[in-house]
Ligand binder design. Structure first.
Ligand SMILES: O=c1ccn([C@H]2C[C@H](O)[C@@H](COP(=O)(O)O)O2)c(=O)[nH]1
Ligand SMILES: [Zn+2]
Length: 167
């Protein structure tokens, strides 16, 4: 058996690791159009919360609307769905989120931005962005209160999870 005395070089960097967890978390979402995952990380690089977009607790997914119906708000997912960021904050396993970093697969909307601000999160790292007034509002809010945000810049294109491999 060959022995090596140097550490692996191909390990995941922190950003890749946490964004990877956010993307994996998004895979839990039942939204047929957009799956969002969010992870909160403390100053000691510990994951303290994770969430994805989904219907409120106790709601049967099959009974809820999953489309966007401008005519009838009661038949519109936007009326009911809990956003990934809100779910992550609600599910945190620590007392408070002050100074945490938030990793998300989609830039937070204006409603989530308010929750992010009130939680005292210090930085937002996002994968995808949308050209919409909601995201513009979030950015203006973050700028006002000094929350920094940056787009995730992957050094690799893919991370493979192979359930058949021996780890
Ligand atoms: O900050 C956000 C913004 C959106 N989401 C969720 C809400 C919806 O389930 C989808 C967006 O659906 P579209 O059909 O692409 O409009 O994303 C979120 O979790 N966080
Ligand atoms: Zn939102």
């Amino acid at each position: 058996m060959s022995q090596v005395d140097s550490p692996r070089q191909d390990y995941l960097e922190w950003d890749e690791y946490f964004m990877g967890i956010a993307i994996l978390t998004a895979q839990r979402s039942k939204d047929p159009n957009t799956q969002v995952g969010c992870v909160l990380v403390d100053s000691r690089f510990r994951v303290v919360a994770a969430g994805y977009n989904g219907m409120p607790w106790g709601c049967a997914d099959v009974e809820m609307p999953w489309g966007k119906d401008a005519e009838d708000p009661l038949n519109d997912k936007r009326t009911f769905v809990c956003h990934a960021e809100m779910n992550a904050v609600m599910n945190k396993n620590c007392v408070d989120l002050e100074g945490c970093r938030l990793y998300t697969s989609l830039f937070p909307c204006n409603e989530c931005a308010k929750i992010v601000v009130q939680s005292r999160v210090k930085e937002v790292i996002f994968l995808n962005d949308r050209d919409s007034w909601q995201m513009e509002a979030s950015k203006s809010l973050f700028d006002r209160v000094g929350i920094t945000y940056r787009q995730f810049e992957p050094k690799r294109k893919t991370v493979t999870i192979d359930f058949t491999k021996q780890y």
